[in-house]
Write a protein that binds this ligand. Structure first.
Ligand code: PEP
Ligand code: MN
Length: 350
């Protein structure tokens, strides 16, 4: 059961509700987000209606909802409206426009990143991606530029006005990465790194949680619940392909997840067809499909010279191919009633 406290309620009014729940023998999870306080009531089995009516009578309570799912706060049952993640006054993910997040897999240097940032912005991207801390399957492959990479991302943001999405791999790096990032990415390999989730729950920056390589939808939403329950209500999901028996593509992009997740949770969802396919020539068709399926954003790897890329060149689009992707995605986004954000009134200024 979850209890949503009124926006204007005093701390004492919230405390009275908590005291009542505890006095009745239940435990509570208090999730204080940037905008609202939500109390999870744990262990309620019997007399749910009676308890809901009693708690609903408190002055500070906005509403009480019994939740049948294992994930509570992120469940669709828990919130009547979709979550909109606001990055700044121009970029809102989940508000009905399709955002395009684009950039290289990895920040490899200043020139390539700045060049890419200007190009993707010109084509209509509204956020810039790039990894400074990279999860690498092999210990011998490039691990990212670290802090220097973050500084380059910040310079690209200063020049283009594009907010930055970048991954944080290690709980110890959170204080540094959150200083630079506008959205903190949790990579697929870390979806169930519970210590990292708990650490990121404490930040006030939005978090984009990629689906684990073999994670079920329920496991993914429970990972999102860690963030939400810990106090971060700005959670964005990202479908990036799952591992199946199929080896012809790097992963199998699970587009079922898009409408399914929308029915199960109020959180926005991003589709990443770059990692979802692992093949540059499949990226544009699957980006089109992701938007048609209802994604709130797509995330695309773009590199000035994919054949020279230090990472994921095989799935990265050239500048020309990215321009083509944008041309093809725009009419589909309009057709499903969710135009590409840069086509709407929104203009990102440097
Ligand atoms: C990435 O976005 O560059 C990345 C490493 O993705 P994933 O965690 O989905 O493999
Ligand atoms: Mn990559």
């Amino acid at each position: 059961m979850i209890v949503v406290i009124k926006a204007g309620a005093s701390p004492q009014q919230a405390q009275e509700v908590i005291d009542k729940i505890v006095a009745m023998g239940y435990s509570v999870n208090v999730s204080q987000g940037a905008e609202r306080l939500i109390i999870g009531v744990l262990g309620v089995r019997d007399n749910k209606d009676v308890l809901a009516a009693q708690l609903g009578g408190f002055a500070g309570v906005e509403r009480v909802m019994p939740i049948s799912k294992s994930y509570k706060l992120v469940s669709r049952e828990g919130a009547p409206t979709d979550t909109i993640v606001r990055i700044n006054d121009k970029v809102e993910i989940g508000a009905g426009l399709v955002h395009v997040i684009a950039g290289p897999c990895t920040v490899e240097g200043s020139e390539m990143l700045i060049e890419t940032a200007h190009w993707v912005k010109r084509c209509g991207a509204t956020l810039l991606r790039g990894g400074a801390y990279k999860p690498s399957t092999s210990p011998y492959s490039f691990q990212g530029m670290g802090k220097e990479g973050l500084e380059i991302l910040a310079e690209a943001r200063a020049q283009t006005g594009l907010p930055i999405v970048t991954e944080v791999l290690d709980p110890r790096d959170v204080p540094l990465v959150e200083r630079f990032a506008d959205i903190l990415q949790i990579g697929a390999r870390n979806m169930q790194n519970f210590n990292l989730l708990k650490e990121l729950a404490k930040t006030r920056k939005p978090v984009m949680l990629k689906r684990g390589l073999s994670a079920t939808i329920e496991e993914w939403l429970l990972a999102a619940e860690y963030l939400y329950a810990g106090g971060n209500h700005d959670v964005i999901l990202c479908e990036r392909g799952i591992r199946t028996f199929e080896t012809a593509t790097r992963n199998t992009l699970d587009l079922n997840a898009v409408p399914l997740v929308k029915s199960l949770t109020h959180l926005p969802i991003v589709v990443d067809p770059s990692h979802g396919t692992g093949k540059w020539d499949l990226v544009t068709p699957m980006a089109r499909a992701g938007v048609a399926a209802g994604a709130d954003a797509i995330m695309i790897e773009v590199h000035p010279r994919p054949s020279d890329a230090l990472k994921d060149g095989f799935e990265s689009l050239t500048f020309d191919n990215f321009a083509t992707l944008m041309d093809q995605v725009r009419p589909i986004a309009r057709a499903v009633g969710r135009p590409v954000a840069s086509d709407a009134t929104l203009v990102i200024e440097a």
